[in-house]
Design a protein around this ligand. Sequence first.
Ligand SMILES: NC(=O)c1ccc[n+]([C@@H]2O[C@H](COP(=O)([O-])OP(=O)(O)OC[C@H]3O[C@@H](n4cnc5c(N)ncnc54)[C@H](OP(=O)(O)O)[C@@H]3O)[C@@H](O)[C@H]2O)c1
Length: 255
Amino acid sequence: MNIGFVGTGTITEAMVTGMLGSTLEIGGIVVSPRNGEIAARLAAASNLVRIAADNQAVVDQSDMVFLAIRPQIAEEVVTALRFRPGQSVVSVIAATDRAKLGAWIDQRVEITQAIPLPFVADRGGVTAILPPNREVAAIFAALGSAVECETREEYDLLAAATALMGSYFGILERTTGWLAQQGMPADKARAFVAPLFLSLAETAVRHGEMPLEALRQEFSTKGGLNEQVFEDFERNGGTTALTAALDRVLVRIKG
Ligand SMILES: NC(=O)c1ccc[n+]([C@@H]2O[C@H](COP(=O)([O-])OP(=O)(O)OC[C@H]3O[C@@H](n4cnc5c(N)ncnc54)[C@H](OP(=O)(O)O)[C@@H]3O)[C@@H](O)[C@H]2O)c1
């Protein structure tokens, strides 16, 4: 299969890097000439990657076309392209739903939306896709894992969950900051806290069959320190703040 990318920016670089190191059987990867520096870097990384003359050449030379441009220019770029009937189009463009894309595309194509995250570069990214699509899911599975959404509602909810990435680092930042304030060297604090959080995340993935409530209880001795911190978190409005933030970001995602 030939895979094309219209828009060769940060997320395309991550996806192509992941694909090049994966077990996917790819005939070739064709990228658009913008951004020139990233396109040149990807072409230098593998003989599989070539730089097309323009966006239309990407579409013409690909079985599956990824649209990875910013939402502000999406309409102008996509309406200028001619697709082949039945071609597979995967859009990672934010805030642009399938109905909008369908109206901009001149042919009956198969449109899938996806939310790849930078971790796909290391083949450790989980990617939400809408609607379920075997070929697209197989590609993202090779870049980590794929979650196929049946409905727009499910997809929007996962998009809301991705908005927690900054807060995850924020919790690490505040925790290591507090440790540093108490006199611990900041680098030592980070060297402890970051692997601790990694182990917790790995445990949640490894024991996918176990309810999160049960994991919380297993990691909280009755009357112990962990139980006390979670009770304080709840009592002082932690859950309320988290839920309200997710509610508010979902409203924004739904437009
Ligand atoms: N970054 C992420 O983690 C992430 C994750 C999921 C989804 N997304 C979505 O993916 C899209 C791209 O994001 P990004 O972070 O990769 O942005 P980006 O780094 O700005 O990449 C966009 C690329 O589009 C190129 N471009 C500009 N005009 C073009 C045109 N007319 N034709 C073709 N390419 C053109 C830009 O080239 P120049 O540099 O030459 O202007 C730039 O390299 C956005 O819609 C974003 O919301 C991003």
